[in-house]
Structures are given as structure tokens and as C-alpha cells.
Design a binder for this molecule. Structure first.
Ligand SMILES: NC(=O)C1=CN([C@@H]2O[C@H](COP(=O)(O)OP(=O)(O)OC[C@H]3O[C@@H](n4cnc5c(N)ncnc54)[C@H](OP(=O)(O)O)[C@@H]3O)[C@@H](O)[C@H]2O)C=CC1
Ligand SMILES: CC(=O)[C@@H](O)[C@H](O)COP(=O)(O)O
Ligand SMILES: [Mn+2]
Length: 415
């Protein structure tokens, strides 16, 4: 009789993931997805290799502590937070990094396979660019990277540096993940890229908390009302962007660069239920939509496992109940942000950096109670119009203009 083999089977190959912005809404959902994948994926082990936080040191410690094998690298924004984190962990001091340099270091570490770019705002730019330059798979939530520097991202992706694998940027943003899914895998689609060319990308927008509000109601809106998103639970900055529809404006610009498509081929339609995450219209007029309940774990997981689809903790749509799927045009008068987004997507150059910075600053001032909700978009428009447009700026110039635009908004409101 053969002797039974009692030796343990070797663990499946590991995927090392760096989560930048692990303490945020996308970051914590990503950690949930990593635990889930590690439980169900028989072909891979999913490791949190590195994680970053900004102010929420305690949560970062809790998240790191959930893993059998703790992350090898942690990044916090300043020395004080790093010292606080060090006091509550067994990690060595050398494993705890700080600031923008620390983020770039983990985003480009040779051990890292996938970088989840989930820092909010321009603060996520350099680390995302570093991940792209070092040939990682980038699961991109930080849409501001493409808004500020979409052209630079495109040229970096097109460049083939010797010894560095070409990076892949896979969308996490629900609309762009939907479009990516509707476009289908190049390998599996029966036609060539040319025969399957999209005619229009149709982004859906929930319409936010002020979908049916009057201009007067928006004028009087408090941060509390503006933070009350009807369908998604997200961080404060993107939630305010959804309320002004600047989020959709940023997403138009994001789509322009991510899918290398002109602004004229992008449309936005209001869909209050947030079940159709976006659609693609093809040359023959056929429209393909991607649908699922509003839950970011699905697009996050798809960006991690692509091209594989594995069981996901997002529940499937319940087909035993009635779903109303409404589509409505956007009221561009009440939501002037959208026109701004299309303009920026058309002209490119320095416009994205200026509008993004003005918006980040204005959203911050609104949340501090210093300006009105209806001041946010005009502040962005004025700042865009005051700046001297350049068609092909360097990264240094984009960052200079980011600082200029923030100061300009503060000057406009004398804060
Ligand atoms: N939330 C969502 O469902 C979606 C989000 N996105 C995009 O994903 C990104 C993240 O959004 P979301 O998760 O909602 O945001 P959150 O505000 O919830 O989280 C932001 C994360 O970034 C960190 N952070 C904030 N400021 C800095 C900084 N100056 N330097 C380094 N890290 C910083 C925060 O750290 P800490 O908390 O420790 O201070 C936190 O980890 C945004 O670009 C957003 O547009 C896209 C689609 C959907
Ligand atoms: C979940 C996600 O991708 C967000 O960008 C969301 O789409 C915001 O909702 P709005 O459609 O209201 O901007
Ligand atoms: Mn989105």
C-alpha cells in the first residue's frame, strides 16, 4: 500500500499589494477585498505588502494588525504620526516611512505587484506616477492623477523602458470600470479593435443630493446636506464633488485620458439608482451597460484580479424585486461644473491641474464653512480663466500651477 503523502502543499504564488490611502473609503474596501480574495482564490495568496495613511494612525494600525503576515512597509505623512504608529506595532522603525518620498518608495518597490492608488486629491499624484513608471499594475481610484497629468500618464504608458515591464492602469472608479468591462477584453472580443470601436462612452451620474434642488436651495446648502449622498458612502471630498457634479466633470476628463477618446465622444446621463454604472455605444448603435448594486468592492476586485472574475462579496442584483432604472438628461444650468469638465477634457494642457486645485481648495473652504456651496464651481471657472494656458506643460509646471490655483482661490475669498 502506498504511504499517504502528509506533507503540506506549497502555498500558491503571492500577489503583493501596496494600498496607498488604506484608511479611506476605497482603502478599507480594498483591505476587505484582499481578505476575501485570500480566502477564496485557490491560485494566489493575496498579501498586503505596504499600506499608507495620513491622519488616521489608529485605523492604519488596526488594518495592518488584521493580517497574519503584517505589511512590510507602512507610510505616514509626518514624523509625529510615524512615531505614534511605531509605539503600537512590532514593526521595526526602518519599516515605517514618511511623506511623499515614502509613498513613492512603496509604489515602486520591486516586491510590489499591484498598487492601489486610493489617496484623495493631488496628494496621490507622485506616488501613482511612480507606480506607473516602475511598471506596476495600478488599480486607479485617484482620478485626480488623470485630471492633473493625463497626458503625462499616457506618454509614460506608451514609452517602453528597457528592463521595466509596461504598467497597466486599471480603473477602480465605478463608471470607468463599467466602461472597461463593456469594452470587453481585446483578446476575447471576436473583432479587431477597429471593428469594436466605441462611438460614445456614456457616464452615468446619480445627480447627488441636489438632483432635484433649486438654485436657491443649493445656495443655502450646508456641508451636512451636501455630504448626504443618496447612493454611495464615500470620503468627504468626492461626496461634495458629487453634489456639485464636479465629480462627473473630473470623470469626463478621466475617461478622456484613460480610454484615449475625444471629449466629443463622451456623454453624461443622470441615473439616480446608481445600478447602471456606465454604458458604451458602439458604431452600430448597440449600447452595452454594466450593472451591479452600488458597492465599490466589485470594481476594486476586478482591477486586482483582471482578467479573472472571481466570486465577489458585492451581492448580485436581486431579480425577485422591481428595479426602476431611470435615465435623465443633466440640467447644465443648475450643474455648471459639467461644462467646465468638457472644456478641460477638450483643451488638456494646464487646464486640468488648475481646475482640480481650485476645486480641492474650494471644497475645503466650503467644508470649513467659509464659502457657499454655489461658490465652488464659479471659483474653479474664474481660476481657469485667470491662468495662462500652456498646451504641453512639464510635471514641475503642473505642480507650480496647482499651488498658484490654490492661492488664487484663497485670494478670491480673502482667507
Ligand atoms: N469612495 C469611493 O467610493 C470612490 C472614490 N474614488 C476616488 O478614490 C480616491 C479616494 O477617495 P475616498 O476613499 O473616498 O477618500 P477618503 O477621504 O475616504 O480617503 C482618502 C485617503 O487618502 C489619505 N490622504 C488624505 N490626504 C492625504 C495626503 N495629503 N497625503 C497622503 N494621504 C492622504 C487618507 O488618510 P487618512 O484617512 O489616514 O487621513 C485616506 O487614506 C479619490 O481620488 C476619489 O475620487 C473614486 C470612486 C469611488
Ligand atoms: C462610486 C463612484 O464611482 C463615485 O464616483 C460615484 O459615481 C459618485 O456618484 P455621482 O454619480 O453622484 O458622482
Ligand atoms: Mn465614479
Amino acid at each position: 500500500m502506498d504511504q499517504q503523502d502528509t506533507s503540506e502543499s506549497p502555498s500558491p504564488p503571492a500577489i503583493n499589494v501596496a494600498v496607498l490611502g488604506a484608511t479611506g473609503s476605497i482603502g478599507t474596501a480594498t483591505i476587505d477585498v484582499l481578505h476575501h480574495l485570500d480566502r477564496i482564490d485557490e491560485t494566489k495568496t493575496w498579501n498586503l505588502w505596504a499600506a499608507s495613511g495620513h491622519r488616521n494612525v489608529r485605523l492604519l494600525g488596526e488594518l495592518a494588525g488584521q493580517f497574519k503576515r503584517p505589511p512590510r512597509q507602512i507610510v505616514l505623512s509626518d514624523l509625529e504620526s510615524a512615531a505614534e504608529f511605531a509605539a503600537g506595532t512590532s514593526l521595526a522603525k526602518s519599516q515605517i516611512k514618511t511623506g511623499a518620498d515614502g509613498l513613492v518608495e512603496i509604489a515602486s518597490a520591486p516586491e510590489v505587484d499591484v498598487v492601489v492608488a486610493a489617496i484623495v486629491g493631488r496628494a496621490g499624484l507622485e506616488s501613482t506616477l511612480a507606480a506607473i513608471e516602475s511598471g506596476k499594475r495600478v488599480a486607479l481610484a485617484n482620478k485626480e492623477t488623470l485630471v492633473v497629468a493625463g497626458s503625462l500618464v499616457q506618454s509614460t504608458l506608451a514609452k517602453k523602458s528597457s528592463g521595466v515591464p509596461r504598467a497597466e492602469v486599471l480603473p477602480v472608479d465605478s463608471e470607468h470600470s463599467a466602461i472597461f468591462q463593456c469594452l470587453g477584453d481585446k483578446e476575447s472580443s471576436s473583432g479587431s479593435e477597429k471593428t469594436c470601436k466605441p462611438r460614445k462612452l456614456i457616464l452615468t451620474a446619480s445627480g447627488g443630493p441636489f438632483r432635484n434642488a433649486s438654485i436657491q436651495q443649493m445656495h443655502d446648502a450646508t456641508p451636512e446636506l451636501a455630504l448626504n449622498h443618496p447612493t454611495w458612502d464615500m470620503g468627504p471630498k468626492i461626496t461634495i464633488d458629487s453634489a456639485t457634479m464636479m465629480n462627473k466633470a473630473l470623470e469626463v476628463i478621466e475617461a478622456r485620458w484613460l480610454f484615449d477618446i475625444p471629449a466629443e465622444s463622451i456623454e453624461v446621463v443622470v441615473h439616480p439608482q446608481s445600478i447602471i454604472h456606465s454604458m458604451v455605444e458602439f458604431e452600430d448603435g448597440s449600447v452595452i451597460a454594466q450593472m451591479s448594486p452600488p458597492d465599490m468592492r466589485l470594481p476594486i476586485q476586478y482591477a486586482l484580479t483582471y482578467p479573472r472574475r472571481l466570486a465577489c462579496e458585492t451581492p448580485a442584483l436581486d431579480r425577485t424585486r422591481q428595479w426602476d432604472l431611470t435615465l435623465q438628461p443633466v440640467d447644465r444650468e443648475r450643474f455648471p461644473a459639467l461644462e467646465l469638465g468638457f472644456e478641460v477634457a477638450r483643451v488638456g494642457g494646464t487646464a486640468g491641474s488648475v481646475v482640480n486645485a481650485a476645486n480641492e481648495e474650494a471644497v475645503g473652504l466650503f467644508l470649513e464653512g467659509k464659502i457657499r456651496f454655489t461658490d465652488i464651481v464659479p471659483a474653479c471657472r474664474r481660476t481657469l480663466e485667470h491662468h495662462h494656458f500652456e498646451p504641453q506643460p512639464s510635471l514641475t509646471r503642473l505642480l507650480e500651477l496647482d499651488r498658484w490655483a490654490r492661492a488664487e482661490v484663497r485670494k478670491q475669498y480673502a482667507t
